[in-house]
Ligand binder design. Structure first.
Ligand code: BGC
Length: 794
């Protein structure tokens, strides 16, 4: 419990200038300390896939978790809590006090760029997973941040669009997960966009009145990065903290506004108290005991592996092809088999210490006796991979890696370092006075032939390959500064190189400091490779020879990222053709989807086994192997409806029209249901390695006006298994609750699902309403498979 009196006493010691200084960040990731009242610096960090830390730097490694939609696919708040607790512990280890997560906007359109970062299309599932995650993070003494409040379901023009959302939809859908956890979370992030005519950093109604007033949120409302644009309106709208700093619309201007009587000093005081409350909670105030230590458990990696496995959704398994048994020759095929997408792009990015590839995971699981042939099949990535570090050498030190020199106006080197990546992003951490960033490396050519190099980023660059210079200018035309970092344009250059030859590479970024302290430099590389037709043919030939073909297809961070939305639901490149041809060549074909949001799978009923593996984080290859071999049950269920065709999606467009997005259309399974549209895979769907009988459902009135449903199921298969028992209103119109259960073969288990009154309520003109009457409650394994129904009168 925070001692409020103590906070007030500390506040009373501060001048107006000192108070206002606490309301804008000190830099990109920290807040200003105030020694006069024993307040130390508070550090914040992204984000929902792991704790990145204060630099975007491959040397600052951290744990990379499965993407957030994967977490919600567990349908298990306890699993979310565990992920949160591990991230909290990781944050403590890194000196981070606040995690900028979870992202709890809804899966409104499957094209949303940050779909992978959000939990679900359903507000109740989102709320339950959010609660678990937030409790986990905060149990480690680290603040969790509910973001982005609210209406941030699109990335297109996200800085400026106005979401036009009716009150009923706001309450029942978009606000619901925030409301559910507002009493527990220590921070809420105000989004870039506006809602109903007011940008969210100035939205007095939704921030000051609803969030802080109605729901009693007592934490800090932090701006999304660079989202605060005004002095008075932001101060009065309820924003507490402008990020990043040190420049922003408050500072001296806010001091003047208070002196001039335009903003009441009590408003500033309330914000400072909130910052101090946060400080007390995270242990940043002298004299307030720090939260108990929260070390990472020794088996952290094993836990992450289990999470990724448990999240995997088995969508098809004809003839029990999975789990794999008795294989001796495997064809492992696909662009994502070679370059696994362990995570999506944007601020959620984390630099993991390692990533387990599908090949490595399978080799470990299947043992040395099994022959695995790996083929890319098709080339679906927009940009070339970075130069592998085992090839690259720093020309000065001879170490593995690349030399990076930062030079000033006069060409003098200000600083140098050896880096372990050829994709570098600088966010406020370029050495002062940098005008050139020069990346240099040498490597010995393996195979002779036509090699490709590429420059990617935004700005002016000079690429030198063995003395041959190419000038490159790259630009993006949207106003979003993040886009250049997350979806950089690329320019490729070819070079004929002989086997064994040593190549000298240098890439120079000519840095013209802009309004924002952002810069990026990227160097891509590909050794000689077959043309795509020949590669595809080779993959098909490998599939023919094998006892099983495992095809790993999917997206990557050129497709799924913050900063832009997807342009379509098809898999990039010729991946559909790859799947069709491999499946035709080998009747034992398993397709693994490596993606965070829905894609079209036109071949779905022509492949015997289909496993949705998500963006699985650093333990991806191990988790995948665990599920494919049956070491772990694929416990996931879809947290979102997967459409059969783009036009079936109730909301597809993410584009504002004349600066506004009309939110009047509803989405998700209720709309599929009411329109009678059959999706490719319904909400809540997922198979396991055993089967279940739904035997009985009993429903009775529960505490506080809710109901309690008891669902008895029997494991009717031959293996122990895990099932997510789901309870819906009116035959699938709305999810009311769920419970994971486990049982051995032949065993019976009863799931108890407590449905709070709110889940049964709707928002009517004057508030929440739960009319008395008879409610029809159904239970089953997905919204489309509800074998049990009962009625209850309230
Ligand atoms: C994102 C936030 C993130 C922030 C800091 C913004 O662009 O929208 O989710 O926390 O950057 O990286």
């Amino acid at each position: 419990m925070v001692d409020e009196k103590d906070l007030r006493e500390r506040l009373a010691k501060l001048s107006l200038e000192q108070k206002v200084a606490l309301l804008t960040g000190a830099d990109f990731w920290t807040l200003n300390p105030e020694p006069a009242i024993g307040l130390r610096k508070i550090t914040v960090s992204d984000g929902p896939s792991g704790v990145r830390g204060t630099r975007w730097d491959e040397r600052d490694t951290s744990l990379l978790f499965p993407n957030p939609s994967a977490l919600s696919a567990t349908w298990d708040p306890e699993a979310a809590r565990e992920a949160g607790r591990l991230m909290g512990a990781q944050a403590r280890k890194m000196g981070v006090d606040v995690l900028l997560a979870p992202t709890i906007n809804l899966h409104r359109s499957p094209l949303g760029g940050r779909h992978f970062e959000c939990y679900s299309e359903d507000p109740l599932l989102t709320a339950e997973i959010t609660r678990g995650f937030v409790r986990g993070v905060q149990s480690a003494g680290v603040g969790a941040t509910l973001k982005h409040y609210v209406g941030n379901e699109s990335e297109t023009d996200r800085m400026t669009y106005d979401a036009r959302i009716g009150e009923k939809d706001l309450r029942e859908l978009y606000l619901a997960p925030f409301e559910a956890v507002a009493g527990e979370a220590w921070l809420v992030m105000a989004a870039y966009n506006g809602v109903n005519g007011h940008t969210m950093t100035e939205n007095r109604r939704l921030v000051a009145d609803v969030l802080k007033g109605e729901w009693g949120f007592d934490g800090v409302v932090i701006s999304d990065w660079f989202a605060a644009r005004s002095t008075e309106a932001a101060a009065e709208g309820g924003l507490d903290l402008v990020m990043p700093g040190p420049v922003g619309p408050w500072g001296d201007r806010l001091v003047e506004a208070v002196r001039a009587g335009a903003v009441a000093e009590e408003i500033v005081d309330d914000k400072v108290l909130r910052v101090l409350r946060l400080a007390a909670r995270v242990g940043a105030l002298e004299g307030v005991p720090a939260p108990a230590p929260a070390p990472l458990p020794e088996d952290t990696h094993a836990r992450m592996r289990r999470l990724a496995g448990r999240a995997a959704v088995l969508l098809r398994n004809e003839g029990g092809l999975l789990p794999l048994t008795g294989v001796t020759k495997v064809a492992l095929i696909g662009p994502n088999a070679v370059r696994l997408s362990a995570q999506g792009g944007g601020s959620a990015h984390v630099s993991p210490e390692y990533e387990v590839s599908p090949e490595r995971g399978l080799r470990r699981a299947l043992g040395d006796g099994v022959d695995i042939e790996v083929r890319e099949g098709v080339y679906s990535h927009r940009i070339l991979p970075t130069l592998p570090m085992d090839l690259a050498r720093d020309p000065e030190t001879g170490e593995n890696g690349v030399r990076v020199d930062f030079a000033g106006e006069d060409g003098q080197v200000i600083a140098s370092e050896t880096r372990r990546s050829t994709r570098l992003v600088f966010m406020g951490d370029l050495p002062e006075g940098t005008r050139r960033v020069v990346l240099r490396t040498t490597f010995a050519v393996g195979e002779g032939g036509e090699h490709e190099f590429s420059v990617f980023g935004v700005g002016r660059y000079v690429l030198r390959v063995n003395g041959q210079e190419t000038e490159v200018a790259l630009a993006v035309d949207t106003g979003d500064p993040i886009e250049g970092l997350v979806r950089p344009p690329e320019r490729r250059v070819r070079a004929a190189l002989a086997a064994g030859e040593t190549v000298d590479l240098a890439l120079t970024l000519i840095h013209e400091p802009g309004a924002l302290p952002l810069a990026t430099i990227g160097l891509g590389y590909s050794p000689p490779r077959l043309d795509e037709d020949a590669e595809l043919a080779a993959a098909v030939a490998a599939a023919k020879e094998a006892d099983v073909a495992i095809v790993v297809v999917g997206t990557n961070d050129d497709v799924e990222s913050e900063g832009f939305d997807r342009t379509g639901l098809a898999l990039p490149g010729r991946q559909d053709e790859l799947v069709e041809r491999v499946a035709a060549a080998n009747p034992r074909t398993v397709v693994v989807l490596n993606a965070g949001s829905p894609v079209l799978m036109p071949w779905a009923d022509r492949v015997p086994a289909l496993l949705w593996g998500w963006l699985p984080g650093q333990e991806g290859g191990n988790a995948l192997a665990d599920v494919l071999t049956g070491a772990i049950e694929p416990g996931g269920r879809l947290p979102t409806t997967y459409p059969a065709a783009e036009e079936d999606s109730p909301v597809l467009s993410t584009r504002p029209v004349d600066g506004a997005i009309d939110y009047s259309e509803r989405f998700g399974y209720p709309v599929y249901g009411s329109r009678g549209v059959r999706p490719a895979f319904p909400f809540g769907f997922g198979l396991g390695y055993t089967t279940w009988e739904y035997e009985s459902l009993a429903v009775e009135a529960g505490p506080g006006g809710g109901v309690v449903a008891e669902v008895t199921v029997r494991n009717s298969g031959e293996r122990a298994g895990r099932e997510i028992v789901q309870v819906y209103l009116d035959g699938g119109a709305r999810l009311l609750g769920f419970a994971p259960v486990e049982a051995g073969p032949g065993e019976r288990v009863t799931a108890r699902v407590e449905v709070p009154a709110r889940a049964l309520s709707t928002w009517e003109e004057d508030g929440w309403s739960t009319p008395s009457g008879t409610y029809t409650i159904s239970a089953g394994r997905s919204v489309a498979d509800l074998p049990l129904t009962a009625e209850v009168t309230l």
